[in-house]
Structures are given as structure tokens and as C-alpha cells.
Write a protein that binds this ligand. Structure first.
Ligand code: PMT
Length: 343
């Protein structure tokens, strides 16, 4: 079976024709069956069937040809548009470092990876060169009227280039973008359902920062909000709660896959408590807790009855070690156990 050619999708442009539908009922405040209500009351992105085809092709290719395990890595932050023709939006913090770096280590450890990422956030491999200087041209130099890689970067770049090519040539990395929270949720659902055939050989690694509040499609203004829309100089925006989709993912959308969610906090006293309550609430396999301030240095793995910290020393960080180089092998151990236990 030959590797399918990957298409390029763009998710940053609003969909004028479909997002506004005044016939849809008002989206009510959050209640217990809200995940299903959400999909009944919000339209999918128009490109979704094409994404589904790409994903199904990728999954079938690995199932039939390579037999690799498969990781769905979500990365970056979802946006909440304030207008359909979007000039303003609410964003979620995340550069995509955790997701892009983790994807590389999954690939290095023999997994195929579906990388569901915020469009224009960091990508595996190119991340090494895209945001670390002012411009990629900083890596170049001129010699004999020609441009070439500056020798001081070439050894490091060659290493990354080889790994990138290996991922490309073996068709092991599928890049799927999203921008808004609606695109993210629909795409996550679609990919999860396509992954059902993979059962326990799939791992969901949900590192994206997902909006908790949004403006339902039924309430979305079509055009840029005017300053005349203010009352006494204040603009009031009413947001609805985004339902928590983890329970649907665990119960209905995936079949036997290992599911890992992340818990981001800024208060050290809350981290373990919140990670444990996520595990109890959704009954999945692993929560990786991290604090905004120290997320590149330490994380905690919370699984039923267990807490394991992974920490890097200042010296290791100064030498360029990435915490994901320890996290992913630890995740893979959990995945081995999961496969073993579900036999
Ligand atoms: O990209 P970096 O700059 O490296 O940053 C990485 C990170 C800090 C963003 C990442 O490590 C991380 O912690 N990601 C999860 C952030 C997040 O959304 O945390 P939360 O506590 O708000 O949500 C917890 C879980 O609930 C998430 O796995 C999310 O998938 C899920 N969720 C969230 C909202 C929602 N409506 N439904 C959900 O199911």
C-alpha cells in the first residue's frame, strides 16, 4: 500500500456560509447531556469529510502495512471567535511546545502520530527553527554568491532533517489543523471514531489547551462588533460553558484506546487534587498534571492509586534536555501495561 499524499487544510478563515444560522435554537447553559446537545446545535466545519478521509486512509495504511501503534497528539490552544467574520477572538494559552515536542518522541519510539494542532502553532521538527530566532534566515549564510546553512547550525539541523525525512518517508506523521473550539471538538470526535479500529494500540494524548467558555453559533454576530454596541462605554459579552468532552471520548468515541488528559493549573496546592478528581470523574487511564510556571521542568503522572513525578535539574535544562524525552517513554510504559491488561 503506498503512503497517501497529505492534503493541506486551512482553518483560520471563518466560514461565512455556514456559521450563522438563526434557525438554530438558543444554546442553553451547561447541563448533564450537553455534549450531545452541543453537536445538535452547532454545525461542523465544511472540510470535515475531507479530514475524515485523510485520517481513515492514514489509520488503514498503518493497520495494514506497518502495524505501528498510533498516538493522537492534540496541541496548541483553541480560539473562541467573537464575530463570524472574525476580527476578534478569545484565545487559549499554548505555544504548542508540549504537543510538538511529544509528537517527535512518539515518532522516535516507533509510533505513528496524528498531530491535531492549532494552525500556525509549533510543529514537530520545524519547531527547532521557527520561533527560536527572529527569522529562519538567521540560520543562513552567504558564500560565493550562494546561500547556505550557517556551518554553526548545520550539524544540529542535519539531525533534525534526517528525523523529519524519516517521518515523511514512512508516512508516520499526519498533520491536522484546527483554529476554533468548534473545529477542535468536531475534528477530535471524527478522528476518535476513525481510530476505533485501532482499539488498545491507540493512545490519546490530549495536550491542547481547550476553551472552557464560548459564544454559541446561535448568538454569534455576523460582522465586526461596532463600538456603538457598547452600553455606557462597556461591551458585555455573554459566554456559555463548553461541555467537558472527556466523558464522551472515554465512553463513546473511542474503543479500548488509552486516554491521557492534561491538567493545567497555576496554583501548586490545587494540581494533584484537580488531577485526581479528573481521573475519578472521567474514568480514563492517566492525567498528566503541570503548572504553568514550571511545565518545562516538572510534571506529575496521576493514575489510579499512583503519583509519579518527572523532574529535570537546572543543569539538564541548561544542556538542552527536554522533559518530553522522559515523559514519552514513561507514557509508553503505561501504554504497554494498558495493552497487557486489556488482553
Ligand atoms: O504548549 P505549551 O506552551 O508547551 O503548553 C502546554 C500546556 C500547558 C498547554 C499542556 O501541557 C497542558 O496542560 N494542556 C492542557 C490544558 C487544559 O486545557 O487544561 P484544563 O485543565 O483546562 O483541561 C483539562 C482537560 O479537560 C484537557 O485535557 C482537555 O482536553 C479537557 N477539556 C477541556 C475543556 C473542555 N471543554 N472539555 C474537555 O474535555
Amino acid at each position: 500500500m503506498t503512503p497517501p499524499h497529505q492534503k493541506h487544510f486551512h482553518t483560520s478563515n471563518p466560514e461565512e456560509a455556514t456559521a450563522i444560522n438563526r434557525s438554530l435554537p438558543e444554546f442553553a447553559a451547561a447541563q448533564t447531556t450537553d455534549e450531545d446537545e452541543y453537536f445538535a446545535n452547532h454545525q461542523p466545519p465544511t472540510y470535515l469529510p475531507e479530514i475524515e478521509e485523510e485520517v481513515r486512509g492514514f489509520v488503514a495504511f498503518h493497520q495494514q502495512t506497518t502495524g505501528k501503534r498510533l498516538a493522537l497528539v492534540t496541541s496548541g490552544g483553541t480560539t473562541v471567535p467573537l464575530e463570524n467574520n472574525t476580527v476578534r477572538f478569545i484565545d487559549n494559552f499554548s505555544a504548542g511546545t508540549r504537543g510538538a515536542t511529544s509528537a517527535e518522541y512518539f515518532l522516535e519510539n516507533g509510533y505513528a502520530v496524528i498531530f491535531l494542532h492549532r494552525e500556525f502553532s509549533l510543529l514537530p521538527y520545524s519547531r527547532h527553527f521557527s520561533h527560536s530566532t527572529n527569522c529562519f534566515l538567521d540560520y543562513m549564510t552567504e558564500r560565493d554568491n550562494k546561500i547556505e546553512i550557517d556551518p554553526k547550525y548545520s550539524a544540529e539541523m542535519l539531525k533534525v532533517y534526517r528525523k523529519y525525512n524519516e517521518a515523511q518517508d514512512s508516512n508516520s506523521l499526519l498533520l491536522i489543523p484546527y483554529t476554533t473550539v468548534n473545529q477542535y471538538l468536531y475534528t477530535l470526535k471524527t478522528i476518535s471514531e476513525a481510530l476505533k479500529i485501532y482499539q488498545n494500540k491507540a493512545v490519546f494524548y490530549l495536550a491542547a489547551a481547550v476553551s472552557d467558555f464560548f459564544i454559541p453559533q446561535s448568538r454569534m454576530p455576523q460582522h465586526k462588533i461596532q463600538s456603538s454596541a457598547t452600553t455606557d462605554g462597556e461591551l458585555v459579552i455573554r459566554l456559555a460553558a463548553v461541555p467537558k468532552f472527556l466523558s464522551r471520548l472515554v465512553d463513546n468515541w473511542s474503543l479500548g484506546a488509552m486516554i491521557i488528559s492534561f491538567k493545567l493549573e497555576t496554583d501548586n496546592n490545587l494540581l494533584i487534587k484537580k488531577a485526581k478528581s479528573a481521573l475519578e470523574r472521567y474514568h480514563h487511564q492517566l492525567v498528566i498534571g503541570n503548572l504553568l510556571q514550571t511545565r518545562k521542568k516538572e510534571v506529575v503522572f496521576v493514575s489510579p492509586g499512583r503519583e509519579e513525578w518527572i523532574r529535570l535539574s537546572d543543569e539538564e535544562i541548561a544542556n538542552g534536555k527536554e522533559i518530553e524525552s522522559e515523559m514519552i517513554p514513561a507514557v509508553i510504559k503505561h501504554h504497554d501495561d494498558w495493552i497487557q491488561a486489556s488482553k
